[in-house]
Write a protein that binds this ligand. Structure first.
Ligand code: DX5
Ligand code: ZN
Length: 219
């Protein structure tokens, strides 16, 4: 499967997001990963739909919106209107996962599900035929710059096997602790959408960082 690189703007300069996104556009990013945190599901509070709407006017890049909020059903319409191309909801945040995913799809947008490191695949097994992508969290959500959790690789492998066995076509995204080494392990396990925050933005040269990650998996 084609590898896509999705820099997370969580590690970008929030006072200059417009230019940060423009930089990503010029640097070969395939998607922009946007982390929405509510201070309840996770400790941090980041950005919401109004900020995404403002950014939308400045780029045509694909907006991969990762909702880390409780009661996501309350907010879906606002994020659709803001210009999200994909909305990912956490399986741990809703009682009605199937209904929510189908509602996102009814707006013509991609609908994806995320699971925390400790959440087993069986929790989302019944919606694997509904989703466009499964986001396997490779750190506990809430912060950038954390250490990759290795046991999540087995979940990626199992998901990839299930996909083949059942003939599904969802993509597998990984998020958290991605660097030149961990990216190789994730892709080997079956992931093809790679989120990277601190690795990209803490590098002096964003373009070089993106290129390096892509090259690591092409070897
Ligand atoms: C964490 C976020 C990630 C974060 C990853 O909850 O979902 O997208 O930006 O940051 P790094 O790549 O620094 O681990
Ligand atoms: Zn994320």
């Amino acid at each position: 499967m084609f590898i896509k690189l999705a820099p997370s703007i969580l590690s970008a300069d929030f006072s200059d997001l417009k230019n940060e996104v423009k930089k990503l556009e010029k640097s070969g990013a395939d998607l922009v990963h946007i982390d929405v945190m509510d201070g309840c599901f996770v400790e941090n509070i980041t950005i919401g739909a109004p900020v995404i709407k403002s950014l939308r006017k400045n780029t045509n890049l694909f907006f991969d919106v990762h909702l880390m909020v409780i009661n996501p059903e309350k907010h879906i319409e606002k994020f659709i209107e803001s210009g999200a191309d994909n909305i990912t909801v956490h399986a741990e945040t809703t009682y009605h996962l199937d209904a929510l995913l189908n509602r996102i799809k009814s707006f013509g947008k991609k609908a994806s599900v995320a699971i925390n490191p400790a959440t087993p695949i069986c929790l989302i097994e019944n919606v694997l035929g509904v989703v466009d992508m499964v986001l396997v969290m490779t750190v506990n959500p809430g912060w950038g710059g954390q250490k990759f959790i290795h046991y999540t690789l087995e979940k990626i492998r199992n998901l990839s096997e299930l996909r083949t066995k059942k003939g599904y076509d969802f993509e597998i995204e990984v998020d958290g602790g991605i660097n030149e080494q961990t990216v190789i392990e994730c892709v080997k396990a079956g992931a093809n959408v790679i989120v990277a925050g601190s690795y990209v933005f803490e590098n002096e040269d964003i373009e070089r960082a993106i290129k390096k990650l892509k090259e690591s998996v092409e070897k």
